[in-house]
Design a protein. Structure first.
Lengths: 306, 412
């Protein structure tokens, strides 16, 4: 078991090193693709960290993502960059705590609706603030980063996310989570502090999502609410995690990579029909593989006669 | 799992080697390329879907299509040696997302290796594109981007060109009209001003507050409204109660149309009635469903300018609808300047940028169009609906501008 784990770690480290070296070998465009892909892998993994085991479908991804990006836009000229990132993470964490305290008792569809509303609420609040308090709309981020610099930061964050996710899975919390996912009431009776665990996961997951937004912000130079609070980010994250399987460590990655490449291919080959094909695809995923690709493969394997 | 990872890397690397080989091949045969080249590729990333699609489809995309059709119908782009090459277009949809703009431009520059890149729609997306275009060495003809910081941007990216002016320009030209009216004793000193709480509205209102006040006006009503607003009864009521003779709305098309309709209903008809984006659309009188004579806004054309009239006719014939009275003609002029630069200096992008910066061009704006510090300044800043057309105006008229006609007549 330990041998296996250490082998897996060695392999992961090798893959990581290879990925980190990639921008030196490939053209800028493919660095951009890797960057986008790493961003979504991180988002989907962070999303699944909370939403997988608790089965709380969150559409608040873009609320945190946007807050991260906006923090960088506001602070990038006044603070050194590492501090800006720290601030972004801190703001995301505080926001997740407040939101978590007030809403994690909601369940099912109410939570989904709330989180969707949250994204809109944050966007409107930022707009209101900019209009009435600061009198600016649209902020500039002039940081000397090229695609590959942003990509390296995202890659580091992705690696950290996997480590955290893996660590949680092996800890006592992971065990409590399994119980929680199966039946919340039973878990609570068995002595699991359900609310605290949910809150903890929500905060970790949201902080990571905030950081993804913060790291990606310098890529757009100009930031305004309609640019960073784009609901598509929430939907893409969700569908990627669901495709791969939100209950597994590698599930979101298995979903994010092929979907991202597919989107890329679609937007190159069918620029005029992208949205239609995307919609059809979503429907297909929900109908054919509601539990995700990995679960589907497992079922097929078990089901096939040997 | 790990297999899929390494497979991805493998395929990426495979593509890399293909790309490297292609580049090597291209570099090796540059000498031949000049003769063997069969077309000039021009790429752009534009919002074909999402919230920006409407604006892009009104002002930018039709002009790109019109220009390409016209150039190709005439045999293609002319090069300095007199030969002609047709334009081949590569167009992507940015789906109104800044990240897609960035990746689309990276794709056009490093994957498709197009000869020139035309800009996306909107101030925000033009700024997302600017650093990349500068880094990859493409001239950036920022068309649909209103910004007061153009001078700063030109310093930062010296191959960027700005064609639509800044908020302060539009506001100060309009203020000149107001000052003349007030000094003639036709309007009072009060202004009622509303603005949409979004990029355009905020930018304009920020420029307008100090400009109006410096000119001695008093802003008696100053209200911003969220972009989703569709009921303007309260706003119109309060603007009306303020007894200001000047009503200014820095609005987007849905608000522009709704404000007009609702003003008509309650008979709100101040002497000066100024609206934002949408009032310069040819469909405005139809959508407003009323007599829009005297309504003012940004932009405007000179109806006596034969070049402009020919452009409008051509646009209507090839695209099937008329261009707007504000940004369209500026975008089209920027394309003509690109075309003429290529004819003079060839396809070398640095040379084209230099020519755009220093040359004089014959465009639909006039026989001698040139940029000042990489910015187009020969723009019509204030327009007014007069006799069914949205014409450029100034207090006295002259120099291609009509004299403003105030007070605005009744709606009906």
């Amino acid at each position: 078991m330990t041998m296996k784990t250490s082998h897996a770690f060695l392999l992961a480290a090798a893959v990581l090193a290879l990925l980190a070296a990639a921008p030196l070998l490939i053209p800028d465009y493919w660095t951009g693709v890797l960057l986008g892909m790493t961003g979504y892998v991180t988002l989907a993994t962070a999303w699944a960290m909370f939403s997988g085991p608790t089965r709380y479908v969150s559409l608040a991804t873009v609320a945190f993502f946007g807050v991260g990006a906006y923090t960088v836009a506001v602070l990038n000229e006044t603070l050194p960059y590492p501090l800006v990132l720290l601030c972004a993470g801190g703001i995301g964490m505080v926001m997740a705590l407040i939101v978590g305290f007030s809403t994690l008792r909601l369940a099912g569809v109410y939570f989904v609706i709330f989180t969707f509303g949250l994204a809109e609420l944050v966007r409107q609040t930022v707009s209101w603030w900019e209009v009435n308090i600061t009198y600016t709309m649209g902020r500039y981020v002039f940081l000397p980063f090229e695609g590959r610099h942003i990509y390296w930061q995202l890659l580091a964050l992705a690696a950290a996310t996997f480590l955290i996710s893996w660590g949680i899975g092996r800890s006592r919390i992971g065990l409590a989570l399994k119980a929680l996912g199966d039946d919340e009431t039973v878990a609570a009776h068995a002595g699991v502090d359900v609310t605290r665990i949910k809150l903890l996961l929500f905060v970790i997951s949201s902080t990571i999502i905030t950081l993804v937004g913060a790291i990606q912000a310098p890529r757009w130079t100009y930031i305004e609410p309609s640019i960073v609070f784009n609901p598509t980010v929430s939907f893409m994250t969700l569908i990627m995690a669901l495709l791969g399987g939100a209950m597994r460590l590698w599930g979101p990655l298995v979903g994010a990579i092929p979907l991202f490449l597919l989107f890329e291919w679609l937007s190159v080959s069918f620029p005029d029909h992208f949205s239609i094909i995307l919609g059809l695809l979503f429907i297909l995923i929900v109908f054919v593989m509601p539990e995700g690709v990995l679960a589907k493969i497992e079922t097929l394997r078990k089901g096939s006669p040997k | 799992m790990k297999n899929s990872f390494s497979e991805t890397i493998h395929s990426v690397r495979h593509l890399t080697s293909c790309a490297v080989a292609a580049v090597a091949l291209a570099a090796g045969s540059t000498g031949l390329m000049a003769q063997e080249r069969e077309s000039v590729t021009i790429g752009y990333v534009i919002s074909k879907s999402g919230p920006n699609a409407g604006g892009a489809d009104m002002t930018v995309t039709p002009n790109y299509e019109l220009w390409v059709q016209e150039v190709n119908a005439a045999g293609g782009l002319t090069l300095p040696d007199g030969s002609q090459l047709p334009i081949e277009v590569i167009a992507y949809d940015d789906r109104s997302s800044a990240e897609e703009v960035v990746r689309g431009i990276e794709r056009l520059a490093t994957q498709d290796e197009v000869d020139f890149i035309l800009p996306p729609w909107g101030t925000g997306f033009n700024l997302a594109a600017a650093p990349l275009l500068a880094r990859f060495g493409y001239p950036h003809l920022a068309g649909a981007a209103v910004t007061d910081k153009a001078t700063e941007f030109v310093e930062r990216w010296d191959t960027s060109f700005w064609f639509m002016g800044g908020s302060a320009d539009y506001v100060s030209a309009f203020t000149d009209v107001l000052v003349a009216e007030r000094d003639a004793g036709r309007i009072n000193n009060s202004i009622a001003m509303v603005s949409v709480a979004d990029g355009f509205g905020i930018d304009l209102v920020k420029a307008a507050r100090p400009t109006f006040e410096e000119a001695g006006f008093e802003i008696v009503y100053d209200q911003s409204f969220p972009p989703e607003t569709s009921d303007f009864a309260t706003i119109i009521g309060e603007a009306s109660n303020s007894e200001a003779d000047t009503f200014v709305a820095f609005s987007y098309p849905p608000h522009t149309f709704a404000l007009t309709k609702q003003s008509t209903v309650v008979g709100f008809n101040p002497p000066v009635y100024y609206l934002g984006v949408g009032a310069a659309f040819p469909i405005f009188p139809g959508v407003a469903g009323t007599n829009v004579e005297g309504v003012m806004s940004l932009g405007g054309i000179d109806p006596n300018n034969a070049l402009n009239a020919a452009y409008r006719a051509q646009h209507e014939e090839l695209i099937g609808r008329a261009p707007d009275y504000w940004g369209s003609v500026l975008i089209y002029a920027s394309l003509q300047m690109l075309e003429q630069s290529i004819e003079r200096v060839g396809l070398d992008r640095a040379a084209v940028a230099e020519e755009l910066s220093t040359g004089t061009f014959s465009t639909v704006l006039g026989e001698e169009t040139r940029l000042e510090n990489n910015q187009l300044r020969a723009i019509n800043w204030v327009g007014q609906w007069q006799n069914g057309e949205f014409v450029a105006v100034s207090p006295e008229g002259g120099n291609g501008l009509a004299a403003v006609q105030l007070p605005k007549p009744d709606w009906e």
